[in-house]
Design a protein around this ligand. Structure first.
Ligand code: DLL
Length: 435
């Protein structure tokens, strides 16, 4: 099923003509309204008039997360604050979040693009949709919320957490569509069964999962656990949130909302644009954004893009499931975490050394983070009260910056491995738990 059939199935030729026209407009818009881009584009000698074909995009310099950080919080906004109706944020690489703003028009397009991938698996006004993403600065919950409302669904904004209650509501409210991260869906299905709820008592038929990777094995388990059919959807706050791409019923790649986002794939080391179909880092240019337009934004996500028409009739390009990152960002319980954020927190606590390691484990489909970090002075280990105080300080500061609870283990000086080359600070044992 389609939400905007004319757009979703337009011929490649028409689509590319539309992209070119919108790209030229977006470049001019950035030039006129964002001093950062005015300077960047002028320096690179790029004007909208010079963009004559889509491949001329290559003359535009890349934008990175560091550019957003350097203009914190609103420096890249292209409109005055009175035009901004919503602000979201995601983790930055250091202590400060990456902030994005939406105009009313941006929110409208955001909900259209979300409605598309929901409609693509038959979600409609008869559905009751339970949103089990955390509401807040994270784009997942409100992004899906507006898209599903646009389709006319009855939306239950339960947010994440309190899993037994989630299970009760699934049953009592007759939820037909579940929205969450795949790992939370898996956990919820186990809790529901532990509470004595059987699939016969549930009306669940569709799962819309995203925000983190999901193996086929985990997807099978969730689908069997809940007796539903699920699709994957992708996005990131910088570009808008969910709705950048999403699977249709054939699950043969995630359809890009190509009328609003222009994708490229590059070699993340050299920055060279790769031929169509090759694997590399996804780079995206927004084509319709008013609040915070981004030209050639480096997502750091590794994937491949296919341009053949899909069996569903959609012509928009399909992106393979994200296969990793070209940086060290981790997704922990759906939250983006950069080791550099942890470093910057630790650097501000007295008596703690810069030597640390991060241990990631998974239990009941939930991620756990342990930060093992050396203290500078061994004597601290002998004073339990001081040790505990320091540990609590670290846990609290990490919670404030990362938004998730981490376990902190303080260890004796020189007990964490030293490396002569690149330090191996991340020990990710999560896939062992899934096997
Ligand atoms: O996770 C937006 C979103 C919310 C997408 C809900 C889908 C559903 P951020 O918190 O900014 O935004 O995190 C963006 O998460 O660069 C990817 O590395 C990862 N990611 C998002 N969706 C997927 C997915 C939201 N379907 C970062 N599969 C991205 C794998 C994903 N990774």
């Amino acid at each position: 099923m389609f939400f905007q059939k004319d757009i979703e199935t337009m011929s490649r030729q028409e689509l590319e003509a539309l992209q070119l026209q919108k790209l030229r407009h977006q470049v001019q818009y950035c030039m006129d309204n964002v001093p950062f881009y005015h300077e960047r584009l002028t320096k690179a000698g790029v004007t909208a008039d010079k963009i004559k074909t889509l491949s001329d995009i290559q003359y535009i310099p890349y934008t990175t997360k560091a550019d957003i950080r350097d203009n914190y919080p609103y420096g890249l906004f292209a409109v005055p604050m009175k035009k901004i109706v919503r602000i979201h944020a995601s983790s930055g690489t250091t202590g400060k979040p990456t902030v994005v703003g939406y105009t009313r028009h941006d929110i409208d397009i955001w909900s259209d693009t979300v409605a598309r991938f929901c409609a693509a698996v038959g979600v409609n006004e008869d559905d009751i949709a339970q949103i089990s993403f955390g509401y807040g600065l994270f784009t997942g919950a409100l992004g899906l919320h507006y898209g599903l409302e646009k389709l006319g669904c009855s939306v239950i904004p339960i947010s994440s957490g309190n899993t037994k209650k989630q299970a009760m509501i699934l049953k009592d409210f007759g939820t037909t569509v579940l929205i969450s991260t795949p790992s939370y869906a898996m956990y919820m299905s186990e809790v529901a069964h532990e509470c004595g709820i059987t699939n016969d008592e549930l009306k669940l038929r569709v799962g819309l999962f995203g925000s983190e990777g999901c193996t086929d094995a985990l997807r099978d388990k969730i689908e069997k656990g809940f007796g539903l059919f699920s699709t994957d959807n992708y996005g990131m706050s910088e570009l808008q949130g969910p709705g950048v791409s999403g699977e249709c019923e054939f699950r043969d790649g995630l359809h890009f909302a190509e009328d609003h986002f222009l994708p490229e794939v590059i070699n993340s080391e050299t920055g060279e644009v790769l031929p169509r179909g090759e694997k590399g880092e996804l780079v995206v240019t927004t084509l319709s954004k008013e609040g915070i337009p981004l030209l050639r934004y480096r997502t750091k996500d590794i994937t491949r893009i296919h341009y053949e028409k899909c069996r569903c009739g959609r012509t928009h390009a399909r992106m393979e499931k994200v296969q990793g990152r070209s940086d060290d960002m981790l997704k922990i319980r759906g939250v983006n975490v950069f080791p550099s954020q942890i470093e910057s927190v630790m650097a501000n606590i007295d008596g703690i050394s810069p030597h640390y390691e991060l241990i990631l484990t998974r239990k009941n489909y939930t991620d756990y983070l342990e930060v093992r970090i050396e203290i500078n002075d061994e004597r601290l280990l002998e004073n339990f009260a001081d040790l505990e105080r320091k540990q609590k300080e670290a846990v609290d500061k990490l919670k404030t910056v990362l938004g998730i609870q981490a376990k902190v283990t303080l260890v004796a000086p020189r007990t964490i491995a030293r490396y002569e080359g690149k330090a191996k600070r991340i020990i990710d044992k999560r896939s062992e738990a899934e096997a």
